[in-house]
Design a protein around this ligand. Structure first.
Ligand code: Q0Z
Length: 286
């Protein structure tokens, strides 16, 4: 007889359950957040797209670094995972200059201690991808830190192993995506330590919610890029006028349908697997 799952934490759009001392279940809902607010309207199958993509990347990167995935449930939205002792930092890899990376560069010429060439524009491709660690804020925004600080928090050896794994994962994912017309501008990895002391990739991996995905066909540095997945929602929210304070607006059916189609398109382009095949049998991504 199995014990009941115990709810242990909620993210903005995900839930985490304890199954036993060694395992957790991560369930992705169909909720969507924009401008840091979770909207009242779900995007059907969004949680399945994110879970399927995460499982796809976990299956294809286990030779780069071990990960926490034990089982992809038949519901298509739940990952059963090894319980890890999570590092208190996240490893963001940036191949392009966007978001807080662009803000920090514009203000100081550097991002998390990485001095960058002068004259880069917003969304520029960097000469080499960089790892820009951040602390995990319980509430509000994560704070960018330099690599010295990350090494002091995690231990130097542990940080360097996480950094090298992050770069290798990003290089693999960005090359895979670029060959399919999608720019993986940046992405966030979270690592933990397993019972045997090994560094293990946890959380989600290279999903639209943990990354910036841009359509390569529209790439035009010198300003912000349209988001592959959320641009319909953002544009509609901007046109409608909203102060970006909770609660957000209900989304009309055409915006829901258009957004779902973009998530499904990202899934199908990255995996080369039909999303209907995934719904019929999630194991097709493994
Ligand atoms: C991940 C998070 C979510 C809320 C804890 N394998 C693991 N072992 C231990 N802890 C975690 C993991 Cl993945 C862990 N988070 C982030 C996920 C909802 C928070 F689905 N928190």
């Amino acid at each position: 007889m199995s014990s009941p799952a115990i709810h242990v934490a909620s993210g903005k759009v995900r839930e985490i359950y304890s199954l036993d001392d060694e395992t957790l279940a991560l369930t992705a809902s169909d909720r969507i957040s924009t401008f840091d607010v979770v909207l009242p309207t779900d995007i059907p199958d969004k949680g399945r797209v994110l879970t399927g993509l995460s499982a796809f990347w976990f299956a294809r990167t286990r030779g780069i670094v071990p990960n926490h995935l034990l089982e992809l449930r038949a519901d298509g939205r739940t990952l059963v995972c090894r319980r890890l002792a999570m590092l208190p930092i996240e490893c963001v890899v940036r191949g392009y200059l966007a978001g807080s990376g662009w803000k920090d560069y514009r203000a100081t010429g550097a991002v998390c201690g990485h001095e960058l060439p002068a004259g880069l524009t917003e969304s520029a491709r960097l000469p080499e991808p960089i790892v820009t660690p951040a602390t995990k804020a319980a509430k509000g925004h994560d704070e960018n830190i330099d690599e010295e600080r990350a090494a002091a928090i995690c231990g130097r050896e542990r940080y360097l192993a996480a950094k090298e794994a992050s770069l290798a994962l990003y290089r693999f994912g960005a090359a895979h995506a670029e060959a399919r017309g999608i720019i993986l501008a940046d992405t966030k990895f979270e690592f933990g330590v397993a019972g045997d002391g090994m560094l293990v990739l946890g959380d989600e991996a290279m999903t639209p919610d943990s990354s910036r995905l841009w359509p390569a066909s529209e790439y035009a540095p010198g300003g912000p890029q349209p988001s592959f997945d959320k641009q319909f929602v953002r544009d509609w929210c901007e046109r409608r006028g909203w102060d970006k304070e909770a609660p957000g607006p209900d989304l009309p059916a055409d915006v829901v349908a258009g957004t779902r189609a973009r998530y499904v398109e990202a899934f199908e382009r990255l995996t080369e697997i039909s999303f209907d095949a995934y719904l019929a049998d999630p194991a097709v991504v493994l």
